[in-house]
Write a protein that binds this ligand. Structure first.
Ligand code: ADP
Ligand code: TRP
Length: 321
């Protein structure tokens, strides 16, 4: 079964990204034929560009490889290294009614927020449809915000197939139901836009400072404390097994320790958890040529699927003459 996912290159990764998405992707590699690419063309529609975009792309590739994307198990590449995707994007545009795009939430929401829309923002779902349909995946794992985009890809594929036969595989989306929303330092959903993140690859001092800012109840040290609803506990439990969770719950109930102690403990377990990944990242940071080579090989694999697909589509649509 082929599973495909696109990754926005959007900067420093946080533990919400890790538990909400990266870890699922890494686990999925062992069970399915995983296709994962860095959506650098898509990043342009939110204003990224220039040297910063090139840097972000390499940073994202480095971080994902460090966190366990295994190029032996997954096909991992940068979107723009397979140019066929832009060709398919244009061809699919001719099968995309304006109304379908006008109804897209991501476009409507941004316009409602006063972000002035350009064509790339408007046509983003068509490029996403091309990303998907080019590789005939079975499943697209998504967060709720991306469901509509996969539905649009399905609609476009059906229209195309009505004209040219059973060419494009109709993809299914899969929502990761069991994935909890990771809380940020203020208890809201952890998100870059709320500035409440605990990053995966920060400096240790900075991480400790961030963790010390986590909002907690004001209870005297000697008093027992509630672990349920505590932001520190809710973050810690992501990293702990059942016994370790029980032990931490007992420390809360016992009293005698303040939230400051639990914060230090949280810092230690996060720091320890990501230690091997930090080491791998150090390696990749000093071997960026190796990262480029992995991406090249991924693009070659992706192209070996994209090229025959496009060749067939060119013939069917009369682009090949
Ligand atoms: P951000 O909100 O920081 O901009 P993104 O929207 O770039 O994060 O999210 C990238 C991926 O990480 C998505 O798949 C999203 O579902 C997941 N993710 C982000 N924040 C969280 C969170 N707090 N809890 C669970 N998953 C998250
Ligand atoms: N739009 C997706 C996001 O913002 C990224 C993406 C681009 C994608 N192309 C895709 C996801 C194809 C799945 C399949 O997260």
């Amino acid at each position: 079964m082929r599973v495909l996912t696109g990754i926005q290159p959007s900067g420093d990764l946080h533990i919400g990204n890790y538990f909400g998405s990266i870890k699922q992707m890494v686990d999925a590699q062992n069970k399915s034929d995983t296709f994962a690419f860095i959506a650098n063309y898509h990043a342009m529609s939110s204003g990224n560009g220039g040297a910063a975009l090139a840097e972000l792309t390499m940073q994202t590739a480095t971080d994902f490889l460090s966190l366990g994307i295994d190029p032996e198990k997954s096909t991992f590449w940068v979107q723009s290294d397979v140019k066929e995707v832009l060709e398919l994007y244009w061809i699919l545009s001719a099968f995309t009614p304006m109304g379908l795009l006008e109804r897209a939430h991501s476009y409507k929401d941004k316009v409602a927020k006063g972000i002035s829309a350009n064509h790339s923002l408007f046509s983003y779902p068509v490029l996403m449809a091309a990303d998907i349909l080019l590789y005939s995946p079975d499943i697209i794992p998504v967060g709720k915000d991306q469901i509509q985009h996969v539905e649009i890809a399905r609609d476009i594929a059906i229209k195309f197939n009505n004209e040219y036969g059973d060419v494009l595989k109709i993809p299914e989306f899969k929502i990761e139901e069991n994935v909890a929303t990771v809380p940020g330092t203020d208890g809201q959903k952890m998100s870059k836009s709320y500035k409440n993140t605990v990053n995966i690859f920060g400096e240790e001092k900075k991480q400790l400072k961030t963790i010390k800012k986590i909002v907690t109840e004001n209870v005297a040290v000697e008093e027992p404390k509630e672990f349920e609803g505590c932001n520190v506990y809710n973050m810690a439990k992501l990293f702990l097994n059942e016994d370790e969770c029980k032990e931490l719950q007992n420390r809360y109930k016992r009293g005698g320790e303040g939230h400051g102690h639990f914060k230090l403990y949280l810092h230690d377990i996060i720091w320890e958890y990501f230690k091997p990944y930090r080491e791998k990242r150090q390696y990749y940071l000093s071997h960026q040529d190796e990262v480029r080579e992995i991406l090249n090989q991924g693009a070659t694999k992706a192209r070996s699927i994209a090229e025959p697909m496009m060749e067939n589509i060119r013939t069917l649509t009369g682009i090949k003459y």
